[in-house]
Design a binder for this molecule. Structure first.
Ligand code: NAD
Length: 385
């Protein structure tokens, strides 16, 4: 049970790059990091527009002297202070992640980076190498994996409740960009621009979330090879707005991820079904408090968050008791709590003995996008992973 008591002697001094006024994802970073008092927001370069960023930071109670015009100035100035930041979250468009994350690690900061971690596998591997060399914690912001039912799913697979896994069927297919909304929305415009979004749109933007959920629930399974077909349905988009990927795993299982933003009529469309030899589980991001468990030959069952029959580790992050809905803010808060624990352990030289979306998960997501694009650009041929 989490009840908001901080477990650290002093909150971690934390800064943000991006996530400024009007951004899609800035507020959930702040509200989740600050909720359990393990972090204190003391600095930021919140916006590409320095004045707007400064005004925003002041209104988030950050000392005006520590509202910086850009991340380079922030890292340099904070390093001079005895009470400088120890960790930073990066909530900027994709094309900036690599350079900001690299600079942050080089400045000795722990990093919480938005997904996809960067554009290219070699850059992702460089960040992984750097995080290891500097002995810093690097989280990648796969925000759905902090839901309690994802922990339950992981434990069910681990304990053999499903039997050997045969099929992994996933989708993140919303309909919000079924027309050219990018003409009016700045937040969508960069997502369909290869200079700012990278080699892919929906594969990186939504597909990577499912890649990590698969990794979180099925850590014993590795993708062996994949094939991908991608399409651009909305005229004028230089990147794909729909993609279908089939994956073969090293245990003989087969998997499928549908990534889309043109699934007209679908509000969010992020869900999975994992099929084992004796039972299946199914989960939907829009109904995160329930996990469906279907054993062949028995009545179908809907497991509820915080219920007594869940595995202990799935009850650990409960904040309100059963019967009450928890949601994305709680999932992210659980992840920021893990981030604080990981930093604490890292600083004390102790091993980090729990799973979280680490820098290697970031590499996996970037590599998956790279391989999907490679396959799709070669007539959807199978490519080794
Ligand atoms: P956005 O365009 O809505 O906001 C981006 C913010 O970053 C703005 O405040 C902008 O001024 C600021 N910014 C841009 N460049 C900057 C720079 N160089 N220095 C400082 N600030 C800068 O974008 P968004 O939708 O919030 O997405 C941001 C990131 O979050 C993306 O990588 C996206 O993929 C990711 N994202 C993740 C999730 C998730 O569930 N984890 C959800 C949505 C977005």
């Amino acid at each position: 049970m989490i009840d908001g008591e901080r477990f650290l002697e002093h909150p971690i001094r934390w800064g943000m790059v991006g996530g400024g006024r009007g951004s899609q994802i800035g507020y959930i970073h702040r509200s989740s990091a600050l909720r359990d008092q393990n972090f204190e927001l003391v600095a930021g370069a919140f916006d590409i527009d320095p004045e707007r960023g400064r005004d925003f930071g002041i209104k988030c109670n950050v000392d005006p002297a520590r509202c910086y015009p850009d991340y380079k100035t922030m890292f340099a100035e904070e390093a001079k202070r005895p009470d400088g930041i120890q960790a930073v979250s990066i909530a900027t468009p994709n094309f900036t992640h690599y350079e900001i994350a690299k600079a942050a690690l080089e400045a000795g900061l722990h990093v919480y980076c938005e997904k996809p971690m960067c554009f290219w596998t070699k850059d992702a591997e460089e960040l992984e190498r750097l995080a290891k060399e500097k002995n810093r914690v690097m989280f990648v912001s796969y925000g759905y994996c902090g839901h309690q039912m994802i922990e339950q799913a992981r434990r069910m697979v681990e304990n053999g409740d499903l039997g050997k896994i045969r099929i992994v069927n996933m989708q993140f297919a919303h309909g919000a960009h079924n027309v050219a909304v990018e003409k009016k929305s700045a937040s969508t415009a960069w997502r369909v621009n290869p200079k700012k979004a990278g080699p892919a749109y929906v594969l990186g933007d939504v597909g990577t979330h499912m890649v990590y959920l698969q990794e979180a629930i099925l850590p014993h399974m590795n993708i062996k090879r994949l094939m991908c077909s991608k399409q651009t349905f909305v005229e004028g988009r230089p990147l794909e707005d729909n993609a279908m990927t089939i994956m073969e795993y090293d245990n003989g299982a087969i998997g499928y991820i549908w990534s889309s933003c043109v699934n007209a009529g679908s509000e969010f469309g992020a869900r999975f079904r994992i099929v084992g030899e004796k039972a299946s589980i199914a989960w939907d991001v829009e109904h995160p408090n329930q996990l469906h468990y279907e054993v062949q030959g028995k009545p179908q069952c809907t497991m509820q968050r915080a219920a007594s029959y869940l595995y202990d580790t799935a009850k650990r992050d409960d904040r309100i008791g059963g019967g009450h809905p928890e949601g994305l803010f709680e999932s992210w808060s659980n992840l920021y709590t893990k981030f604080a624990h990981a930093i604490d352990k890292c600083e004390k030289g102790e091993p980090i003995d729990f799973w979280y979306p680490d820098v290697h998960a970031g590499v996996l997501g970037v590599k998956w996008v790279d391989k999907c694009v490679e396959s799709a650009n070669h007539d959807s041929k199978w490519v080794e992973f």
